[in-house]
Design a protein around this ligand. Sequence first.
Ligand code: NYM
Length: 211
Amino acid sequence: KVGDDGSRGAFIVLEGLDRSGKTSQCSKLLSYLEGLGHPTELWRFPDRSTSIGQMISAYLSNQSQLDDHTIHLLYSANRWEKSSLMETKLKSGTTLIVDRYSYSGVAFSSAKGLDFEWCKAPEIGLLAPDLVLYLDITPEKAAERGGYGGERYEKLEFQKKVAESYQALRDPSWKIIDGCQSMEEVQKLLQEIVLDHVIACKKGRALSHLW
Ligand code: NYM
């Protein structure tokens, strides 16, 4: 079985606005990599299964009110509480496909007006992904897709600010994928890039930390 040879898994993050197609693409990537025999798991943040995650979930569904700084730190704590397990999985050869990570944390909170550097600070020292895939779609296109639920943030005006924050966070290593293409076209592009990274990580590329 691939992964039993001491090589590590790849840490792959998908980012984008709400309704950019991340979640569907993540599950397709999981089937693709599993089909090729690469041990793979699908993760997402916020991870609503923990007690911190449940506080986040209550906040998102407007069942609780929290100060912007407080919820920001909870999102970060939710990543920290999972970080040692993530590292163990990666080192044991499992590739992690992760739906949102620290970039969502900074993009959404700074869109509310919180200081950009302050937003980045609690993420310092978390594992850095090997690859960030950004599904690029305009806020207007995302809104046209419909399906914004009743959750916080799912409003056109706010998503425009989130898009600007993502723009400020982008670095040249990100792969920007035009998210307006068909689901199949997007998936085909993602598969090629992801497979390259899975292979590079197997060959022993070192894990690093944010930022
Ligand atoms: N979100 C997600 C944040 O505001 N900060 C974070 O750190 C993360 C990981 O949670 N609208 C926001 C973005 C989403 C919302 O995520 C719920 P999802 O992927 O829709 O379950």
